[in-house]
Design a protein around this ligand. Structure first.
Ligand code: GUN
Ligand code: FE
Length: 433
């Protein structure tokens, strides 16, 4: 399916964030979309404008918000959603995750699961996803094809791991380099503006320094994004220390490999030291907050305010299936709840509010992925990636609110809405739900 070349004009309410994280609430505005991009925005258009060709007028229970950005999701782990939270990270990986991920050698299985993942995430309002795909290049390319065919925007990462395992779930260093190059080549051949490859060393415990350095070099040469995990679990951190004793910290291991750039996203970052945060800042590297996963796997409570106060870019991730839901709306709520719990046990800690987390799920996530010049809010020149929210759906619980303010309707959606309230989803101006 081609990108939309037609013109669309939306008239109605819209809400988005600015770079400072402030909420911008427009009761009545008009957004022109041409060739998938926002070409003009008018505040308080006249009722005459509603008579124009190609106008979509939202009703008074509806409003537009930017599409959600999921900065960290494992497409291959969907079949394990909701399973295995009796274990913590390292045992969970061995017992539940790696056995499932080995199945993606079967391309039919990959196709089936990825169809569901992409369909479900679009339904939940994810217009951009940063995916961990499979260890296998063929399955990883299938994820790219699926994303393109369903019209989502995504970064797609073939997982790299070369530490020997008795179950053979790894690549030799040589295979790993051949496979990542083949994957990048095949993904680029798909020739879609919607997807890009992302270099994906699984985490420091899965890759040796030789491989990580080769991947860092590749990312630099080809100007690619990088994604991995950092400082998620105390046993993991201890194991990294033992495996790389010559490096002062977990973050320093990645830096030593040249993997930290302003196009790198690191999931979790719960136990980072001040020195690690300073290093991330210097490199312009972002942290992806994964509150549902941090809770389900009992990894810890991430102090996002501390990271924010030190100017670290922060995106939000579902981290399926460490996290129990594909929905960024659920991640938003988890982030709010974790932050409130932290405020109850920490002195002088101010909990995040719904505006902070709405920003994190949209423009903040876009900035974390270094895509904020392209997506994340409604600005002329950006892609029209947007959700039409309706709080008055017939089978939902949020109706009878016509008299509430627009900001209250956003609150209702954030705290108590679900997929059914996301009535339309647009990526690059094209309706995908
Ligand atoms: N660390 C290494 N691999 C994984 C994974 O698949 N999920 C999570 N949450 N952490 C990881
Ligand atoms: Fe993860």
């Amino acid at each position: 399916m081609s990108q939309s070349s037609e013109e669309k004009i939306f008239i109605g309410s819209f809400i988005h964030s600015n770079e400072c994280g402030e909420l911008i609430v427009i009761d009545r505005g008009m957004i022109h979309v041409k060739n998938g991009k926002i070409s003009n925005i008018i505040i308080n258009p006249s009722s005459n404008d509603e008579k124009n060709k190609n106008v979509i007028v939202l009703n008074n229970t509806q409003f537009l918000i930017p599409g959600f950005v999921d900065c960290h999701i494992h497409a291959v782990q969907l079949p394990n959603l909701g399973v295995g939270y009796d274990k913590e990270l390292l045992e969970w990986l061995e017992h539940y995750t790696f056995p499932l991920e080995k199945k993606y050698i079967d391309e039919k299985f990959a196709e089936q699961v990825f169809n569901t993942v992409v369909k479900q995430t679009i339904k939940s309002g994810t217009t951009t996803a940063c995916y961990f795909a499979a260890l296998y290049p063929k399955a990883s390319v299938i994820l790219g094809q699926t994303v393109i065919s369903k019209g989502q925007r995504a970064l797609i990462g073939k997982i790299s791991m070369n530490i020997t395992r008795s179950d053979n779930y790894y690549e030799t260093t040589e295979e790993s380099i051949i496979n990542i190059n083949k994957f990048i080549e095949d993904l680029i051949k798909l020739n879609s503006p919607l997807i890009k490859p992302v270099i994906t060393p699984r985490f420091a415990l899965s890759c040796d320094m030789t491989l990580m350095k080769k991947l860092g070099k590749l990312a630099k040469e080809k100007d690619l994004h990088v994604q991995t995990h950092v400082s998620e679990n105390l046993d993991e951190i201890e194991a990294v220390k033992n495996m790389f004793p010559e490096y002062p910290s977990y973050t320093a291991v990645y830096d030593g490999a040249g993997l930290l750039t302003c196009k790198t996203v690191l999931a979790h970052g719960i136990y980072l030291s001040d020195d690690e945060i300073a290093l991330l800042n210097e490199r312009g590297t972002a942290i992806v907050h994964c509150p549902s996963s941090n809770t389900c796997l009992k990894s810890g409570l991430c102090d996002v305010q501390r990271l924010k106060s030190k100017s670290i870019k922060i995106g939000l991730g579902t981290d399926v299936s460490g996290g129990q839901s594909c929905s960024i709306l659920d991640a938003i709520r988890s982030a709010l709840q974790v932050s409130i719990h932290l405020s109850l046990i920490k002195e002088n800690y101010k909990a995040l509010n719904y505006k902070d987390v709405f920003h994190m799920a949209t423009l903040g996530g876009a900035a974390a992925l270094a895509m904020d010049n392209q997506i994340g809010n409604f600005e002329v020149g950006k892609e029209f990636d947007a959700l039409v929210i309706d709080i008055d759906i017939s089978d939902g619980l949020l109706n009878n609110l016509q008299s509430s303010t627009l900001e209250e309707r956003l609150q209702k959606f954030i705290y108590s809405g679900d997929d059914r309230n996301i009535v339309e989803v647009y990526v690059s101006g094209r309706k995908v739900k």
